[in-house]
Design a protein around this ligand. Structure first.
Ligand SMILES: CC(C)(COP(=O)(O)OP(=O)(O)OC[C@H]1O[C@@H](n2cnc3c(N)ncnc32)[C@H](O)[C@@H]1OP(=O)(O)O)[C@@H](O)C(=O)NCCC(=O)NCCS
Length: 301
């Protein structure tokens, strides 16, 4: 099942209909979403905020507080540590427990261990005792503001396996599944400016810049964003016709250069002086090089 980059422009992607014809792996019975959440935290009505017809396969449930789930947790951590190896930001095991499993929601996609591609087995590792092996991970933690969550972690096996074994949009759909399942209304998150992941993060709703320069983080060139989750944005990830969203934004007349500290600090100063809120345009983020300057917008009310 080869990774397909862009879904044909002529393909209609409807948020309320199955996505299987555009993304065939979603219908593969050997690949299913998983929920790794302590039982007391489970949602009464999963999927109640954003109506979405993309996730028809039942999620596999594992209770992280049960001893027998430790092998599944080990595989999540194995995937995570390899995915974040190059950025030197792997998650310590205790952070996974204290800051993810206990307060939050851990989910992703899993694949039948018997159907894992060879490159997954050799490059990431596997445990023959497990029926299902996690191939992606998304973690969100609730904040003190009702309806607002923080995205703590997103990773997939795609960057670690052979190209022919990659599943196109696994990262995007892992995050979409988590947002849909948890009924997230508002999501804050972080990304390093110029990280390719910013192309995914900007496709779930309006993309407000909360901080442009963040010296309190280990990486000062961190962008903190806040998205008001909006299903209008989701299909444009596949069709790349996000220019239809342009009418929602008004340019402020200034730009930010993600490669330049002074430019990031200048935007940060405007934010601190409460001149915002300021937004980035998902279509520009997706279609421009990662080091290109980005226009800063206000959202039309
Ligand atoms: C970032 C990450 C989650 C993306 O997941 P993925 O499964 O590879 O990505 P998807 O297939 O869902 O999406 C691919 C799209 O994302 C963007 N993208 C993802 N990785 C990219 C890369 N290395 N270079 C350029 N664009 C990339 C592109 O827009 C691409 O779509 P396009 O080819 O149609 O333009 C994954 O690469 C990963 O685990 N990276 C390491 C951990 C990490 O940096 N996590 C993000 C923390 S904020």
């Amino acid at each position: 099942m080869q990774a397909k980059r862009v879904v044909e422009k002529t393909t209609r992607v409807d948020l309320n209909a199955p996505l299987d014809s555009a993304i065939p792996w979603l219908a593969d019975p050997d690949i299913r979403p998983y929920v790794f959440m302590r039982k007391e935290n489970l949602f009464a009505q999963p999927g109640s905020y954003t109506q979405c017809g993309w996730f028809s396969q039942e999620a596999i449930y594992r209770n992280p507080l049960h001893m027998k789930s430790v092998d599944f947790a080990d595989q999540i951590l194995m995937l995570e540590s390899k995915a974040f190896q190059s950025s030197a930001m792997p998650m310590p095991r205790w952070v996974f427990y204290d800051c993810s499993i206990m307060p939050g929601f851990v989910c992703g996609f899993a694949r039948k261990t018997s159907s894992l591609p060879k490159s997954h087995r050799s490059n990431i590792g596997y445990n023959e005792k497990l029926d299902w092996t996690p191939i992606s991970l998304f973690i969100i933690i609730p904040t003190v503001r009702p309806g607002e969550w923080v995205a703590h972690n997103l990773c997939t096996a795609n960057s670690l396996v052979e190209k022919s074994d990659q599943l196109y949009s696994l990262g995007f759909l892992t995050k979409a599944f988590g947002l849909w399942y948890a009924g997230v209304e508002t999501l804050c998150g972080f990304s390093q400016w110029q990280s390719p992941s910013i192309r995914l993060h900007s496709h779930y709703g309006s993309f407000e810049v909360l901080t442009a320069y963040t010296p309190v983080h280990s990486h000062a060139r961190t962008l903190t964003y806040r998205s008001k989750i909006n299903g209008l944005y989701w299909p444009t990830f596949f069709t790349q016709d996000g220019d239809q969203l342009n009418s929602r934004y008004t340019p402020t007349g200034f730009e930010v250069d993600p490669t330049n500290d002074d430019s990031l600090k200048s935007l940060q100063t405007r934010i601190e002086q409460e001149e915002g809120p300021f937004y980035l345009n998902p279509h520009e983020i997706r279609t421009q090089p990662l080091d290109a300057s980005l226009k800063i917008y206000r959202l039309k009310s």
